[in-house]
Design a protein around this ligand. Sequence first.
Ligand SMILES: *[C@@H]1O[C@H](CO)[C@@H](O)[C@H](O)[C@H]1NC(C)=O
Ligand SMILES: *[C@@H]1O[C@H](CO)[C@@H](O)[C@H](O)[C@H]1NC(C)=O
Length: 205
Amino acid sequence: MRIFAVLTLMCIFLAPTTAGESCRPMEYDVSEICCPMCDKGSVVKRNCTQDSSTSCTPCERGTYMDMASGLSRCYSCRTCKAEQGLVAERECTREQDSACTVLDGFYCQEPNQESGCTLAQKHTQCNASQMTKLPGTRGTDTVCEDCKTGYYSTPGLKCTEGKSSCGNGKVLQKGSQTKETVCNTAPRRHHYDVILSVMLLLLHG
Ligand SMILES: *[C@@H]1O[C@H](CO)[C@@H](O)[C@H](O)[C@H]1NC(C)=O
Ligand SMILES: *[C@@H]1O[C@H](CO)[C@@H](O)[C@H](O)[C@H]1NC(C)=O
């Protein structure tokens, strides 16, 4: 029993030493040697050896490294593409990726603390039969609302009250939530009445 306890204790104390490949902070492991990391803005050109320290090289234009590391390649800077509704807010430096913001007419669907906006969407255009309740912003989409009954909208901007009838005129096309009632502005009934009266007169005469 006592032997078992001693063995368990030994295992606990030995564990960190047997898994002892890990290096100190700001160092990285190269086949069992710990090399000093390169600062951000640069990457490893040559790993350290028993006799020489790590050799670093600064990131080239269009690339960056935003942390100290033992990596040998810088990351590519992202480009803010206008066709995706994005424009550069902050240019890329050796130590930090670029940040994008949205173009006019777009809102950000995936905001990101570090890189500004990663996904932009075009503002929704409200349908006909709807009105724009709240216009879109850089952070939010347009809010649309259906027109009340008896109101219509063509471009989906605001609802206008529609005519309910054509008075003395004839309804050519009944109004709806997307279009105004179309009336016949030159009523023909009078014309037909005259013809009818003349014919009746002729028949009786
Ligand atoms: C440094 O060593 C690592 C691990 O062996 C290797 O993957 C990397 O390519 C080396 N870096 C350079 C710049 O030679
Ligand atoms: C506009 O109408 C289309 C087709 O009926 C529909 O898919 C879409 O969701 C509508 N847009 C809005 C903002 O309600």
